[in-house]
Design a protein around this ligand. Structure first.
Ligand code: GEK
Length: 241
């Protein structure tokens, strides 16, 4: 796996973060070292999906990046006869995802589409995964988008939503961010890399609080909503239609 050294160079220019070919190349390493408990959330999601899905159901992953989540879900839920579809608007991410599906011989079961998730046709979904991606959708558009996600699910279908979150309590917010930067240092990122990435994401990744995300899900129409995992400033919800 290529190592993420995007923000290592002293002279890398300050600009807003974008999902370019350079980022896609190192993205699996970036996620593994930047999202705490990434694999655990996927395995917990697989357990939830195995309870709610029926043979023939389709699982959509919106903002699928290089397909890591769907390919792992296809592996863990192999005996359930499910179909998987990943959607992302970064051409470089989708090319990587398609290549990985080929390498793991999963092309029949797992397909990938380059498209904007706010425009994609995802109707009739058994489950929708939206991991660390709603945070990149403009806040004003989030409710409308989640309503579309709700409409697209079959009755009884599930949404898995994972996000970076904030706390409106300044003391706890600061503490959780400090714990997160400690995690990143332990993953081998330097202070410079951490602060450059933070700057690049400043106007691009806009996190809500756990309560705000729950409220959005409720307003979008979901009846049962529960957080199933939280690590300081990262949280995952399951919501049932
Ligand atoms: C994972 N879920 O492995 N339409 C389509 N794709 C989008 C849009 C949009 N409007 N906005 C952002 N993206 C993955 C990780 S990464 C999270 C998701 C992160 C895509 C963008 O191209 C990128 O691949 C993904 O959303 C966000 O669990 O980088 O922090």
């Amino acid at each position: 796996m290529a190592k993420d050294e995007i923000f290592k160079s002293e002279k890398s220019i300050a600009e807003d973060f974008r999902f370019t070919a350079q980022v896609a190349e190192v993205f699996d390493d970036m996620l593994a070292r930047s999202v705490p408990n990434y694999q655990q959330v996927i395995s917990m999601s697989a357990q939830i999906l195995s309870k709610f899905l029926k043979p023939g159901d389709t699982v959509y992953d919106l903002g699928c990046s290089t397909g890591a989540t769907l390919l792992e879900l296809a592996r863990q839920l192999g005996e359930l006869d499910l179909k998987f579809c990943g959607i992302d608007n970064s051409p470089a991410m989708i090319s990587k995802a398609v290549l990985k599906a080929e390498i793991y011989s999963k092309k029949e079961q797992v397909r990938f589409m380059e498209q904007d998730i706010t425009e994609a046709d995802i109707s009739g979904a058994g489950a929708i995964i939206l991991n660390y991606t709603l945070q990149f959708i403009r806040p004003m558009l989030r409710l409308e988008f989640l309503k579309k996600v709700h409409r697209a699910l079959k009755p009884g279908g599930v949404l898995i939503l994972s996000e970076k979150i904030i706390s409106h309590d300044p003391q706890l917010n600061r503490a959780f961010i400090d714990f997160y930067y400690k995690f990143k240092r332990e993953q081998g990122y330097s202070e410079i890399e951490i602060s450059k990435k933070r700057e690049a994401l400043e106007n691009v990744l806009i996190p809500f609080s756990s309560a705000e995300n729950r409220k959005l899900l409720k307003e979008a129409g979901f009846s049962s909503i529960e957080p199933f995992f939280q690590w300081f400033n990262f949280s995952s919800f399951v919501a049932v239609k």
